[in-house]
Design a binder for this molecule. Sequence first.
Ligand code: NAI
Ligand code: MG
Length: 399
Amino acid sequence: MAKRTIIALPGDGIGKTVLDEAIRVLDAAGFEADYIEADIGWEFWRNEGEPLPERTIKLIEEHKIGLFGAITSKPKDDAAAELIPALQNKGLIYSSPIVGLRQHFNLDICARPCKTYKGNPLNFIRRSQDGGTDEPQVDVVIFRQNTEGLYGGVEWSSPPDQVYDALMTHPKFIKNFGDVPKEEISVSTRIFTKKATERILRAAFEHARKYGYKSVTVCEKPNVIRETSGMMFKMAKEIQKADYADIQLWNTNIDAQMMWLTKNPENYGVIVAGNMFGDIVSDAFAGLIGGLGFACSAQFSADGIGVFEPTHGSAPKYADFDVSIVNPIAMVESACMMLDFINENEKAARIRKAVAEVIAEGKVKTYDMMKMTGRPDVVEKGAASTQEMTDAIIAKLDR
Ligand code: NAI
Ligand code: MG
């Protein structure tokens, strides 16, 4: 098979560290690729006023696959203050390059698997009926609509007249807000389109079928948010009936789902939701399987672009330690999702098995797995460094 070209997007802080480690694991698993490192993140914002340079976009456009570490983001004003002097006061406005990537390439499907590793000391434990403890085996994949909804960016404080006038045509607006001065109103819209809703629903059902999950749960709030959540659930019923009768369709409200989270997380399979609720429910399930050191993700567009990244950020607190202490597993698992995407399933399976074995054996644990506070001395106290965890995974890879 022709050698793959992967666009490596290290970004900032620990993003760089964990990406290097993931590539070491990919190499050790025999995955042959050319990695082209592309510029993204804080350094490029400060020096060029653009955290997502055009040259990076071009590279992803050409090669289609991005393996991304993490970036540092800061609020608008703080970001502007850190620009080099030559770029100060030029009206440059910071916006997150990862959000920029999602929008530019319309990476509208986000998949976030949360699966319990046997022996992970961070696994969620629950009181069982006999007064002992249960460790439910979570195996959930959250499909989050990644471009619309509450994160669509269509919002105003003190809305312009046309917007205000349009709102004033709605009886509920008149009744509940009609006498509030315009200047005292902020509005964030929640827009769902049929096209994107259908894509995320079908992606969820396809995944359930391909990997043998028995149910797809729409996790929204259709009884209250009737138009957007309501549309998603209605479309889910139609799609299930027409094309996925072999898969059960469940419906939970986001608030109730948060309660069910600790009661019966093992009952869920594929979960599908809009942007905000998908973000919430995926962080919640990630907490049951070990948190940020384990939470991986993939984002896809309709035209075959995939960007794979851990859900954690750049953790600046830990970025400059002489010996890195962060857990590389979320990044390694994200790399496995990339391998699945390009049909290198056998290599992905071998890496996942190696990770599972290291965790089950329990000899090599990063500081988070030992419930330590992240400090440089955790390694002296018995925690594995980032490199040692990677080495342990590589040592378990069958060849
Ligand atoms: P963060 O995810 O970077 O770190 C939060 C805490 O989680 C860390 O202090 C650490 O205790 C733990 N943690 C994170 N990754 C870990 C790992 N691999 N192993 C062990 N522990 C880990 O989030 P924070 O501190 O809120 O944000 C830091 C920067 O990252 C900010 O500038 C933020 O905007 C950015 N960020 C970027 C994201 C991305 O690139 N997709 C996502 C989230 C935050
Ligand atoms: Mg999040």
